[in-house]
Design a protein around this ligand. Sequence first.
Ligand SMILES: Cc1cc2nc3c(=O)[nH]c(=O)nc-3n(C[C@H](O)[C@H](O)[C@H](O)COP(=O)(O)OP(=O)(O)OC[C@H]3O[C@@H](n4cnc5c(N)ncnc54)[C@H](O)[C@@H]3O)c2cc1C
Length: 298
Amino acid sequence: MLNNIFNFVTSNIIDYIPEQIIDFFSRKYIAGPSLSDAIKATIDLNSKGIMSTIDVLGESVVNEDQTIFFRNECIKVLETIKKESLNANLSLKPTQMGLVINKALCYENIRKIVKRAKELDNFVRIDMENSPYTTDTLKMYRLLREEFPGHVGTVLQAYLRRTVDDIERLSDKPLNIRLCKGIYIEPYKIAYKNPQLINENYIYCLEKLFSKKAYVGIATHDEKLIFHAMRLIEKYNLKTNDYEFQMLMGIGDELRDFILSKKHRLRIYVPYGKEWLSYVRRRLKENPNIIMTALGIK
Ligand SMILES: Cc1cc2nc3c(=O)[nH]c(=O)nc-3n(C[C@H](O)[C@H](O)[C@H](O)COP(=O)(O)OP(=O)(O)OC[C@H]3O[C@@H](n4cnc5c(N)ncnc54)[C@H](O)[C@@H]3O)c2cc1C
């Protein structure tokens, strides 16, 4: 009860906690300020048999030059992965590439990155942001998978009521989807709010994706979902290369070991960069218990 009250109060005041204090908690979730930090983290993960997806932190960009900066940085990530022979790919956010200001610019930026990924035999995952951007993100994914099949994927969120229909709509061609619960605050009208329903929809969507032979990044730290995913993998007789588990940096070390011990493939999301504030605030809102643990209260 006391814990629930603490979580409720904390998640509502996180936006007002000064940046210097949030910085203290950020270290757990991000590799560091520069690409070399993400590379170091990836080398460490690869040495443990874990793949990574590198994310350049930054979102809601409203300046065209800045979108070009992020585009070039993403291309640098892909080129460095190649140069260092790492087992890693790239994740990016549409609003980092200009979706807020200009859809055509955003598409062109992402297209250039995916084109480079194809040249380097790598892969780009387009993250899913909040609901005003869902339709445009899926449209871009559709176009890009047509031009660069096998080199691009996107994300679907189990909390959205539309997701089951999106799977149906998208499954006319081979699908590469990261399935997550969804992290943004969405209205009841379009999103499930009940955690149990979100979980049920997650399993429903996961089974639908498997039945449509999609490649799925099973992105969750929820043990119950991981349990069900493992049953579905068995049911559909999937090979190790037909799917992967995905987790975020800084969360669930014991779960990582469990997944690896069962011989499943695992990829860790490794964010780096100077624009870490929104990302870390979202993570802390999701789990304010971290603040208690770090302060030694729990
Ligand atoms: C690889 C990856 C990529 C993602 N990409 C997207 C995306 O593109 N769009 C999007 O909307 N969401 C994305 N998410 C976030 C996702 O939607 C969820 O918000 C997040 O994963 C928490 O949900 P969960 O499934 O882990 O279950 P939860 O029930 O939230 O968590 C299960 C357990 O995990 C641990 N845990 C969860 N969150 C935290 C935390 N912040 N700090 C410490 N422990 C924690 C706790 O022990 C918790 O009990 C991504 C998640 C992953 C793993």
